[in-house]
Ligand binder design. Structure first.
Ligand SMILES: [Zn+2]
Length: 342
C-alpha cells in the first residue's frame, strides 16, 4: 500500500505542492514558488518541477503519484491543458495563452512518476468530498468556489445514477472533454450583466469578488452614513469583501443588505444545482465564503424559494471546511483515486 502522494496547486501567481497521506493530512508544510505564468511554458515547467522536488525532499519519501490542480479547461484523461488563459507568453504584439499543452507528460518525463491532473475548481470539490464536509461518503457533493471568479465542481456517487454504475465513492463529473462543472457560468438572468465568458447574467458576473466590491461601492454612495462607509475611511476604493463582512458583523444594515443581495444570486444558482444533481451537500468555498452567516442565510432563503422542496429536504448547504490548500487536497484526492485503481 502506497504511503503518500503529492498534491500540486498550479496558480497564476504561485505553484504550491505538498505530500499527503491517505487521510488527507499534509506530511510537511506546502512548498511554494512563483509560477511565472506569463513567461512561457518552459519557465513555468521548471518552477513546477522545482516545487515538486522540494516537496519530495521535505517529506523525505517518494510519492506513489502526483495529482495536479490547474486553472483552465483540462483534459484529465490525456493530461493536456486544452486552454489556460492565465498562462502563456508574449510573442510580439500578442499574448499567446496555453492551448493543448501536454503538461502531464512533460512532468512525467522529468520525475518518472505517474501524473494525473484536473481543473482546479473541480478538484477543490473532490478534495472537499474526501477530506472536508463530504467525509468521503456524502451522496453527491456540489461545490462553488467564490473568488476572483466563481469555480465549481460536481462529485457524484453511484447512488445518483440509475443503471449499472460500478464505482465506489465519489467521482468527478468532467464531461466529454474535461470541461464540465463550470457552475460559475450558470445563467441566472438572460438579460444580466456581461460576463467574462462572453455570455450575460452568469452567476459569476453577479457574485465574483469584483462584482461584490462594485455593489458595495455603490451602496456606500447611497448610504454615506453607513458603518461600511466609515470603515472605508470615506474612500470607496478601500472597500473589500472582508471589510463588508466586518461591517456586517457589527450589524451595519448596508453591509447586511449587500450580503443578502449576493446570497440571493448565489441561492438561485444553488437551487438549479439542487434540481439538476440532487446532491446531499452543496459546499461553498473560496475566500468570499468567509462572509459566513449573513451570506448563507440569504442563500438558504433563495433556495427555499427556488429549489424543488423534496430535493431541498435532503440537501445541506454549508461552508467548505478546507478552504486553504483546496487545490493541493484536490490534487491529492485525484492521485489517490489513480493509485487505488491501479
Ligand atoms: Zn459566464
Amino acid at each position: 500500500m502506497a504511503a503518500a502522494v503529492i498534491g500540486v496547486d498550479l496558480g497564476g501567481t504561485n505553484v504550491r505542492a505538498a505530500m499527503l497521506n491517505r487521510a488527507g493530512n499534509l506530511l510537511a508544510p506546502p512548498v511554494q514558488h512563483p509560477s511565472r505564468a506569463q513567461e512561457g511554458f518552459q519557465t513555468t515547467l521548471e518552477q513546477i518541477l522545482k516545487t515538486i522536488r522540494e516537496a519530495i525532499d521535505t517529506a523525505g519519501e517518494m510519492p506513489a503519484a502526483i495529482g495536479m490542480a490547474v486553472p483552465g479547461h483540462i483534459d484529465s484523461s490525456r493530461g493536456v491543458v486544452r486552454w489556460a488563459p492565465n498562462f502563456g507568453e508574449q510573442r510580439g504584439e500578442i499574448f499567446e495563452v496555453w492551448r493543448d499543452v501536454p503538461l502531464a507528460d512533460a512532468i512525467r518525463a522529468e520525475l518518472h512518476l505517474p501524473v494525473v491532473m484536473g481543473n482546479d475548481a473541480n478538484l477543490a470539490a473532490l478534495g472537499e468530498y474526501y477530506y472536508g464536509v463530504g467525509r468521503g461518503q456524502a451522496r453527491g457533493l456540489v461545490m462553488l468556489t467564490l473568488g476572483t471568479g466563481i469555480g465549481g465542481g460536481v462529485v457524484l456517487t453511484r447512488h445518483q445514477v440509475q443503471g449499472n454504475a460500478q464505482w465506489n465513492g465519489g467521482v468527478l463529473l468532467v464531461g466529454a472533454s474535461g470541461g464540465a462543472g463550470e457552475l460559475g457560468h450558470t445563467i441566472i438572468n438572460f438579460a444580466g450583466p456581461r460576463c467574462g465568458c462572453g455570455a450575460r447574467g452568469c452567476v459569476e458576473s453577479y457574485a465574483k469578488r469584483d462584482a461584490i466590491v462594485e455593489l458595495a461601492r455603490e451602496a456606500v454612495r447611497r448610504a454615506p452614513n453607513s458603518l461600511l462607509h466609515a470603515l472605508s475611511g470615506g474612500d470607496p476604493a478601500n472597500i473589500t469583501p472582508a471589510l463588508v463582512s466586518q461591517a456586517a458583523a457589527q450589524g451595519d444594515p448596508t453591509a447586511l443588505a449587500l450580503w443578502r443581495e449576493v446570497g440571493a444570486y448565489l441561492g438561485i444558482a444553488v437551487a438549479n444545482f439542487i434540481n439538476i444533481f440532487n446532491p446531499e451537500i452543496v459546499a461553498i468555498g473560496g475566500q468570499i465564503a468567509k462572509a459566513g452567516a449573513p451570506l448563507f442565510e440569504a442563500i438558504h432563503q433563495a433556495v427555499r424559494d427556488y429549489a424543488l422542496p423534496t430535493l431541498l429536504q435532503d440537501c445541506q448547504i454549508v461552508p467548505a471546511e478546507r478552504i486553504e490548500d483546496a487545490g493541493i487536497l484536490g490534487g491529492a484526492a485525484l492521485a489517490w483515486q489513480y493509485v487505488e485503481a491501479r
